[in-house]
Ligand binder design. Structure first.
Ligand code: FAD
Ligand code: NAG
Ligand code: NAG
Ligand code: NAG
Ligand code: NAG
Ligand code: NAG
Ligand code: NAG
Ligand code: NAG
Ligand code: NAG
Ligand code: NAG
Ligand code: NAG
Ligand code: NAG
Length: 583
């Protein structure tokens, strides 16, 4: 992929022409994740509108670990990741789970596990309520979900799964259900287990969030079995547009005249050289950890925190970094029968070789899938919630279409496991947490990792529901419907049966789903045009602006959100460039 090369050459010729005071760009976008690439793509549709995109991480499409779905789990902690770890959490007995974020063109969509779903419609109605932006309601936002996707349903799909094809468009992110031949044997057992306990299939792309979603779907291109993510879906087209430039660099500070943003400073991480960019509009799309981090480094945030770090206050915006929500899950593992292909098996070159050959030749076989598939989301009855004997008002009062817990499996070890075991992980996740955490700076140095106070299971209600979910998962996975695929339990272990022992195991096994949001929340940090309150010409559009968690995986929401925001930005920003044309 020659994107960086061709565009960065154009860019450096511009640097020489930079003259003090005048803007080089109509908009600079910080971050080439799904939000940043959607925005760069949409805003540059007007050839007179000059866009600069700055991305810290490397190209991603050239690397087969990125493009091959089955290798997705190998990308955390690599050059494509930010390697964040949360501060040890009292709620987890001092454990400090990692929180991965994508680093490279495509952002998180280049390293995620490609599950595609949208979840309960009332979440988007709540976004509209919180933000005052009526267009975020599901009935309207669904058109932006459609606009960002292209659905594929395989001809040999013969499992029961309701699919509303009208809720998809015909371009950008490819979303495919799995054919029967692609579905792992374990998936049948997993689905049977929940169905025999009352679960029904539901279309998680058509406004539903409670039930069983069978056969994926995943953001995978079914023609050649490659990851479909923000770079091919939105980024490639930028290479053909002369009004877009792309550079690899790390934005370290937004610059201001008074409280008006005038662009950013960025650093070539390789040699510590700093450059200044002038732009009429500055748009931050650096993700839910790095976007608040950049605002704080720039003097936009809670005044007392900034002063205590010695950062001059530009805008006292007290909610920057707060309202940090994430999905978190607790892992159970078992050793599966040898007919189930796990990551452990694929480490054996003799097992891998024929699968690689099939994948290279036909784009099919185990490597064309993520090794994870169906999942189930349930709402607990008021009766069960009351039985916990703690305050569960928040969870009881959630709109009735919201689930509390989500259960999913994946064919890899999510916790340390013996090398000899053919390990499968299954997890239970708290999908509508009550308690937010926060993100703060550790120092005024842009190199220092921020402090992530995840506050997982931070209220009695959150904790009780998460623990109930883990116990329920354990009892389901120990039931007879799973026996055809289970050899033995690896974690917590079949001898772990008492409440106290399960609770202790739970504390060790909490992990982030890597779905952080809310740290520059609409309605709090941002106004109805995605502008940072108290500043001018500065906006945030990405997962950090999303005020409440969807009920399942997040990427679909980020694409739709950015598509929606780009229509508002076009209305507001093209005005300026039209007057430029006239002048
Ligand atoms: C490991 C993992 C697994 C996931 N699994 C799924 C899944 O299966 N299904 C699903 O729906 N969702 C999943 N997600 C979530 C989804 O990918 C994210 O919600 C989504 O990518 C967020 O998009 P964003 O544009 O807000 O931010 P990001 O995707 O984080 O993009 C931000 C970009 O900005 C860049 N950047 C940051 N700071 C700077 C800076 N200072 N200067 C320049 N560039 C900067 C980053 O390198 C990154 O490329 C997963 C995420 C991760 C990390
Ligand atoms: C920036 O804004 C000014 C003032 O509205 C306008 O003249 C100019 O064309 C805009 N764009 C650039 C790239 O300077
Ligand atoms: C792709 O990335 C993976 C993960 O970091 C790495 O192991 C591999 O060497 C990379 N491949 C190439 C061709 O750079
Ligand atoms: C994350 O760690 C990997 C492996 O050490 C490294 O290559 C990469 O640069 C790190 N990411 C960042 C953003 O520093
Ligand atoms: C949104 O606000 C309306 C009007 O106050 C209310 O009726 C509705 O229940 C709210 N919906 C959600 C999901 O918050
Ligand atoms: C996969 O197919 C798509 C077209 O559907 C194409 O754009 C892409 O380049 C292909 N990727 C690879 C790695 O062959
Ligand atoms: C720093 O690195 C960038 C990107 O490779 C390069 O363009 C620039 O010339 C380097 N500057 C110095 C002083 O080496
Ligand atoms: C960049 O500068 C910092 C502080 O000045 C220093 O600690 C670091 O080693 C430098 N990094 C490189 C790659 O030169
Ligand atoms: C690719 O598909 C064809 C047709 O189904 C099949 O004959 C061939 O064996 C496959 N190739 C590999 C390497 O599996
Ligand atoms: C398991 O595999 C890892 C990585 O290959 C290796 O470092 C470790 O020694 C192995 N452990 C055992 C018990 O074989
Ligand atoms: C925060 O800074 C302190 C003091 O420099 C350091 O000891 C600590 O490791 C830092 N924390 C993180 C999470 O980087
Ligand atoms: C379960 O068995 C394992 C392995 O023998 C042992 O390490 C662990 O302490 C036992 N746990 C309980 C709760 O008995």
């Amino acid at each position: 992929m020659k994107l960086y090369l061709s565009l960065s050459l154009a860019f450096f010729s511009c640097i020489a022409a930079e003259s003090a005071g005048s803007a080089l760009y109509d908009a600079v976008i910080v971050g080439g994740g799904p939000a940043g690439l959607v925005l760069a793509s949409r805003l540059s549709e007007n050839p007179n509108f000059k866009v600069l995109l700055i991305e810290n991480g490397p190209d991603t499409y050239i690397n087969e670990t990125v493009t091959t779905p089955r290798f997705a789990g190998q990308l955390q902690g690599t050059q494509f990741s930010w390697n964040f770890t949360s501060v040890p959490q009292a709620t987890l007995n001092g454990a400090a789970p990692p929180l991965h974020q994508g680093n490279g063109l495509g952002g998180g969509t280049a390293i995620n596990i490609m599950a595609y779903c949208r979840g309960s419609s009332s979440v988007f109605d709540e976004w509209a309520n919180i933000s005052g932006i009526d267009g975020l309601r599901w009935d309207n936002l669904v058109h932006y979900f459609e606009k960002s996707t292209n659905l594929f349903v395989p001809p040999d799909l013969d499992y029961d799964q309701v699919i509303d094809k009208t809720k998809f468009g015909n371009y950008h992110v490819d979303v495919g259900y799995e054919s029967n031949s692609q579905r792992s044997i374990i998936d049948n057992s997993f689905v049977d287990t929940w169905i025999s306990n009352g679960a029904e299939d539901a279309d998680f792309s058509a406004g539903k969030g409670i039930g069983m979603l069978i056969g994926g779907p995943h953001s995978i291109n079914h023609f050649n079995g490659t990851r479909s993510y923000a770079l091919p879906a939105y980024g490639f087209q930028l290479a053909g547009r002369s009004n877009v430039e792309l550079i690899r660099g790390r934005a370290i500070k937004v610059n201001f005249e008074g409280t008006k943003a005038i662009g950013v400073d960025y650093v070539h991480v390789s040699n510590n050289t700093t450059h200044t960019i002038r732009s009429n509009e500055t748009i931050i799309s650096a993700g839910a950890v790095n976007s608040p981090r950049l605002l704080l480094l720039s003097g936009v945030g809670p005044k007392t925190d900034l002063l205590s770090l010695g950062i001059p206050v530009v805008v006292d915006n007290p909610e920057v970094g707060l309202n940090f929500f994430d999905h978190h899950y607790i892992v159970m593992m078992f050793n599966a029968t040898p007919n189930i292909i796990t990551s452990t098996q694929l480490q054996d070159p003799t097992i891998l070789a024929p699968f690689l050959a099939e994948y290279k030749e036909n784009g099919t076989g185990p490597l064309s899938t993520t090794g994870s598939s169906s999942f189930f989301a349930e709402r607990l009855s008021d009766e069960i919630l009351d039985s916990f004997g703690v305050n569960v008002d928040f969870h009881k009062n959630l709109p009735k279409d919201r689930p509390h817990l989500l259960y999913q499996w994946s064919s890899t070890a999510m916790l340390p496991a013996p090398n000899s075991s053919n390990t499968i992980s299954i997890h239970s996740a708290l999908v509508q947490p009550e308690t937010p955490g926060s993100i703060r700076l550790n120092s005024s140095d842009w190199r220092d990792d921020p402090l992530l106070y995840s506050n997982y299971f931070g209220s009695e209600g959150d904790f009780a529901i998460a623990l109930y979910g883990y116990k329920r998962l354990i009892s389901m996975m120990r039931s007879s419907t799973m026996q055809p695929v289970v050899v033995n339990e690896v974690y917590p272990g079949s001898n772990v049966t008492s409440d106290a022992d399960i609770t202790a195991a739970f504390m060790e096994a909490a992990r982030s789903f890597h779905h952080p949001i809310g740290t520059n929340s609409l309605g709090k940090v941002l106004d109805q045009s995605f502008r940072v309150k108290g500043a001018q010409n500065l906006r945030v559009i990405d997962s950090s602006a999303i005020p409440r968690l969807p009920t399942c995986h997040l990427q679909s929401s980020v694409y739709a959100f950015a598509e929606f925001a780009s229509t508002i930005l076009k209305d507001e920003l093209y005005e300026v460039s039209r007057s430029k044309d006239i002048r």
